[in-house]
Design a protein around this ligand. Structure first.
Ligand code: BGC
Length: 763
């Protein structure tokens, strides 16, 4: 096969006159390997090094500096530029180079939408609905590619069991199975049939690896983990998303058992390339190569470059080091040119896959086709955003059916997040514009029209702490502070509440509190807002808390005070309309938590799929010498998979097709689900397993299947899952991945805490 390839390459080299010319690109009709080989042969070392550089447009690199770099062939890809005009100007410049004219690619952090902003990733995961997730992915890719982009730094599939970490907002929760399914769906929906298609983007799975397990939840901190936990729990989502065909992977900033991922040949070569057969491109995270010095694994910049390149970092993000030091390192033989060739090959491969060699303007079109107004309303996908957003809202509490609200009487809408256009679109809101987002207040006004009176008062600032405000406003002006005293603001809100039949208070975090570099040691709602809630509660009026936040919060107190609580995350451009749909019952909530909500920060890490312990605590038979806290319950306030509806559901006993499972066979697990209430509604059937006795202790529960189900009032449906031995496999002490014969519990429920169980034996 190899031999045949080289013959055809030889033939194309001699037959194609363009190839004889070392200043021109090969014929785009060549297949990828032949094309890239032919191109590599024409490139100088300097040109090769240029291809390995990814430069961000921003204050550190203004457009004029970037233009110089392009002119000098010092850049392979550009990110943080989002209009066709800007992108076209840069690509034009690459096309004017005297030699080779290798097109640039353009990337951006399109995490949850480009112009139309969808709910943050943790919210999307709360839909537990892969079709919904795919809709958001397709539209993000459509809008990104319409803006001329080729690549997105997404999906982020870092498992996290630590809500102190601000980046849980960007991830898909605590569970391996759910994150793997959603990560794979995002790759497929964003890349489409082919990443070079007109309305597709190439994806970059991040952050490889284990970034969500930073110690203490402190961003950029170290990770130390057993191999079993690594490969059973944390690695599968990366693998699933890469196996789905992602063209790129971004390497994380943390160390793994002492070695930074950016310097980790075991991670980037042995695991990623040799074991997983990943053939796309590896990209370092922002400035990560420089950071090898601070990590203490490189003594100077030159050594950092040598380590990173040799470890398997293909492209360096926002680092001038590759440009500065690789030529000398190659000259002295410390970095072999074939290692550089290997890295460049990956860059050229992805450019080929993006279709850029066929047409460097394939996501730009002709000059005259650029939109007159980049921010035009007509470029948004509002209907889809609203449909998606309402499926991501999770009803946590609904005492005495406080919700849904009636569109009549007087409603007091209060809280610092009730009318914040910036906050509702969340962090990493790409090219989304706050001005185009619908707040809760606006959404409720839209919903009631003139049928009800809505009174509004801000009631409190996000926080009264000047230091926190300064932190939140340090890179851009994200938080507006109302200069009135806290008491004046509370009084105004209370006076509105007294006139109303019901209070809807939007409380939680501002978007900047749940972002990169936004770790917290306290998970409660800030005091300014707690004081507001206390005062509202004291009015005796029904109190609905609409929570906006990017991480699980500790809500014990609020859960006692509120009559109803709706978790809305940061729900995007159409968030306000979507929340109003749920509050007024125009949509029956169906979201489920993708991550446990702790009672207190002291319980962290808290996750549903923990191991049993030798001294489990039994609430019905408490014993001092068991595994528990004496000042707090063990369990979460709201468990993984939890979410209420305006209707009720029942789950029948679990039926198995067979009490035994052969190692190469499969079985079905079924239940009947009934809507026992008076409204149509959706929920999610969740299947968990537990390996009762094995060579290593196994989690008390592990999600292995889920199905969103919609049932009309009174309707029943048989739900069937198929299970085979693959779902029962794990890494044993010798790191052998296998299922062990013996008894298993299989559980089905509508959350991870309340399940029906059956037992079977793996033969
Ligand atoms: C983040 C990445 C992001 C990159 C580019 C880094 O600081 O860790 O997630 O893709 O910046 O914006």
């Amino acid at each position: 096969m190899k031999w045949l390839c080289s013959i055809s390459l030889l033939a194309s080299l001699t037959l194609n006159p363009a190839l004889a010319d070392n200043t021109q690109l090969p014929s785009p009709n060549l297949p990828r390997d032949a094309y890239v080989n032919a191109l590599l042969q024409k490139m100088t070392l300097q040109e090769k090094i240029g291809q390995l550089r990814l430069i961000s447009v921003g204050p550190e690199n203004p457009k004029s500096a970037i233009r110089e770099m392009i002119k000098n062939g010092q850049v392979g890809g550009i990110f943080n530029t989002v209009t066709r005009q800007d992108i076209r100007a840069m690509q034009d410049q690459a096309m004017q180079l005297p030699r080779l004219k290798i097109p640039l690619f353009f990337a951006y952090d399109i995490i949850h939408g480009q112009r139309t902003i969808f709910p943050i990733s943790l919210g999307l995961a709360s839909s537990w609905n892969l079709d919904t997730v795919a809709t958001s992915g397709r539209i993000a890719a459509y809008e990104g590619s319409e803006d001329g982009l080729n690549m997105t730094w997404a999906p982020m599939v870092d498992i996290s069991r630590d809500p102190r970490w601000g980046r849980v907002s960007e991830g898909l929760g605590e569970d391996t199975f759910l994150t793997s399914q959603i990560g794979r769906t995002l790759v497929r929906s964003i890349q489409g049939a082919h990443p070079g298609d007109r309305h597709a983007l190439m994806t970059t799975v991040k952050h490889f690896a284990l970034y969500g397990a930073v110690e203490g939840g402190r961003d950029y901190n170290s990770v130390d983990m057993s191999p079993q936990r690594m490969f059973d729990d944390y690695m599968p989502p990366y693998k699933a998303a890469l196996d789905a065909g992602s063209g790129g992977v971004m390497v994380s900033l943390n160390t793994i058992n002492g070695v930074p991922a950016t310097a980790n040949a075991w991670l980037l070569k042995d695991i990623l390339r040799k074991q997983w057969h990943f053939s796309g491109i590896t990209i370092s995270d922002h400035g990560a190569i420089k950071e090898l010095i601070k990590h203490g694994v490189a003594s100077d910049p030159e050594q950092a470059v040598k380590i990173a390149l040799n470890a398997g970092i293909n492209m360096s993000m926002s680092d001038e080091y590759y440009d500065r030091y690789l030529p000398g390192l190659v000259k002295r033989g410390e970095v072999k040119e074939h290692e550089i060739d290997q890295a460049v090959r990956h860059v050229l491969n992805v450019k080929y896959d993006m279709g850029l060699f066929r047409d460097p303007y394939n996501h730009l079109g002709p000059v005259g086709s650029d939109p007159q107004d980049t921010n035009a309303e007509s470029r948004l996908h509002r209907d889809a955003a609203r449909q998606v957003a309402r499926q991501t809202l999770v009803l946590l509490k609904n005492r005495l059916q406080t919700l849904p609200l009636k569109k009549q009487g007087t409603i007091a809408v209060v809280g610092p997040l009730a009318d914040s256009q910036r906050d509702i679109i969340g962090s990493w809101s790409a090219a989304g514009r706050p001005k185009q987002s619908v707040t809760l207040l606006q959404g409720m006004r839209n919903a009631v029209g003139n049928k009800a009176t809505i009174l509004y008062a801000k009631g409190a600032n996000i926080t009264n702490h000047q230091d926190l405000v300064a932190f939140l406003n340090s890179y851009d002006h994200a938080v507006d502070v109302d200069p009135r005293t806290p008491q004046v603001m509370i009084d105004e809100a209370v006076s509105a509440a007294r006139k109303a039949d019901v209070i809807v208070a939007a409380v939680g975090e501002s978007q900047g509190m749940a972002n990169e570099a936004s770790s917290r040691t306290h998970l409660t709602i800030p005091d300014s807002q707690r004081q507001l809630i206390d005062a509202l509660k004291a009015t005796g009026k029904p109190l609905v808390l609409v929570l906006m936040n990017g991480r699980p919060l500790a809500l014990v107190r609020e859960n006692q005070q509120a009559d109803a609580m709706l978790e809305t995350w940061f729900s995007g451009t159409e968030g306000g309309n979507a929340i109003a749909d749920v509050l007024f019952g125009d949509y029956n909530p169906s979201g489920k938590l993708p991550i446990s909500f702790p009672r207190s920060v002291g319980q962290i890490p808290i996750y549903y799929n923990h191991l049993p312990t030798g001294r489990p605590y039994l609430a019905e038979k408490p014993d001092k010498y068991t595994s528990h806290y004496y000042d707090e319950a063990n369990g979460p306030l709201f468990p993984f998979g939890f979410g209420l509806s305006y209707t009720t559901f029942s789950v029948s006993d679990v039926a198995l097709s067979n009490p035994t499972l052969k190692p190469d066979g499969s079985m079905t697990v079924s239940v009947t689900l009934t809507n026992t209430g008076h409204r149509d509604g959706g929920t999610v059937a969740q299947l968990y397993i537990h390996d009762i006795t094995a060579s290593v202790s196994r989690p008390v529960k592990q999600l292995k299947g889920f199905q969103p189900v919609f049932l009309k009032a009174g309707e029943s449906k048989r739900i069937t899952f198929t299970l085979d031995a693959n779902a029962l496999k794990f890494y044993n002490q010798q790191m052998i991945y296998a299922a062990e014969p013996g008894d298993f519990d299989v559980m089905v429920g509508l959350d991870s805490a309340r399940v029906k169980t059956a037992r079977f034996t793996l033969l």
